[in-house]
Design a protein around this ligand. Structure first.
Ligand SMILES: Cc1cc2nc3c(=O)[nH]c(=O)nc-3n(C[C@H](O)[C@H](O)[C@H](O)COP(=O)(O)O)c2cc1C
Length: 320
């Protein structure tokens, strides 16, 4: 499908997840065939200050696209500057975060707070569209709370301001991640705008993705939490919705092989200490459902060097 001038590989997109969809994970996601991959959110303001950690998010070297860089911020001029920097590092798409519910972000008027200020949200999109040649997209929620559901209004405003697509997570800011996503709002947005609409929220299986496409009419789906420790959700969903093929879940051998590769990539990009630390949560996800998983996690969390962790994972792989 097309987002402005960008042709995505298919209709199954990897959602932005701070602390998860970093370079190491994105390399695995690309191999799973994701149509479009969105980076962790990056602060536009921090980019303009040349903040080293924020630039790390924008490191797209060696990655095969298309990759959308997600920016957050509340000042049109700074967002425009940040977008230029993101394009300079290889972003094929610039995505603007209007959905993050975290108090620390919202109190600065950023993330989902922009849903409460539609004119400013539109001004930001306009400034970014004028600043860069690549398509600009917006990721939003259903609304701020149940009394102020305004995804349709916001989607129309950002379309008018030049956005090339919108992604809609069917929860309000008030819900954070609780309750269930309202797919009805995705359908309403799809009916209202002409630009492509990406549906998001509670896709846990290829069948869920099919159902979201069918019931909402959205143009593509975006998966977040179900991909944690489970990047195969993408290859399986793509096979299912593009070719009608049902692929089995990978066995433990394959899961552990991928986990080992994930570990190598993390250590390569973030160094041994940080890589090991960050891998702990991924390993907890990869090994969910494995016999003795809780005890295994305890052992993993005590390991402080790559060699021992590799040994443990290799032994485990041989066991299966
Ligand atoms: C750990 C975590 C980090 C997230 N970080 C971001 C982010 O940086 N930007 C963003 O727009 N959404 C972020 N999200 C929201 C997801 O992209 C997605 O909208 C939400 O999880 C609903 O989709 P799901 O039901 O497939 O998980 C995050 C979600 C989680 C669980």
């Amino acid at each position: 499908m097309r987002i402005g001038t960008v042709e995505t590989r298919n209709r199954v997109f990897a959602a932005p997840m701070a602390g998860v969809t970093d370079k190491a994970f994105r390399i695995l996601l690309h191999r799973m065939g994701c149509g479009l991959i969105v980076t962790e959110m990056a602060s536009a303001k921090a980019l303009t200050y040349s903040n080293r950690e924020t630039f790390e998010i924008l490191n797209l070297e060696e990655e095969k696209g298309p990759i959308a860089v997600q920016l957050f911020g509340s000042e049109p001029g700074i967002m425009a500057q940040g977008a230029k920097i993101a394009v300079g590092t290889g972003a094929a798409v610039v995505d603007i975060n209007m959905g993050c519910p975290t108090p620390k972000i919202v109190k600065n008027g950023e993330g989902s707070a922009l849903m409460r200020d539609v004119p400013l949200a539109a001004e930001i999109v306009k400034a970014v569209v004028e600043a860069v040649e690549v398509p600009v997209t917006v990721k939003m929620r259903k609304g701020w709370d149940e009394d102020t559901v305004n995804a349709v209004e916001l989607a129309l405003a950002v379309e008018e301001a030049g956005a090339a697509a919108v992604a809609v997570h069917g929860r309000t800011r008030d819900q954070f991640y609780s309750g269930s996503a309202d797919w009805g709002i995705i359908e309403q947005v799809k009916k209202a705008v002409k630009i492509p609409v990406v549906g998001n929220g509670d896709i846990r299986s290829p069948e869920d993705a099919r159902r979201m496409l069918d019931t909402t009419g959205c143009d593509a789906v975006m998966i977040a939490r179900a991909s944690m420790g489970n990047p195969w959700i993408f290859s399986r969903t793509i096979a299912y919705i593009e070719e009608g093929r049902v692929l089995p879940d990978p066995g433990w051998q394959e899961k552990l092989e991928t986990a080992i590769e994930h570990l190598h990539l993390l250590v390569r990009f973030k160094g041994e200490k940080r890589g090991l630390l960050e891998m702990r949560k991924h390993l907890a996800w990869y090994t969910k459902g494995l016999r003795g998983a809780a005890r295994l996690r305890d052992r993993i969390n005590k390991i402080d060097n790559l060699e021992d962790l590799m040994q443990l994972l290799e032994n485990l792989r041989e066991e299966y």
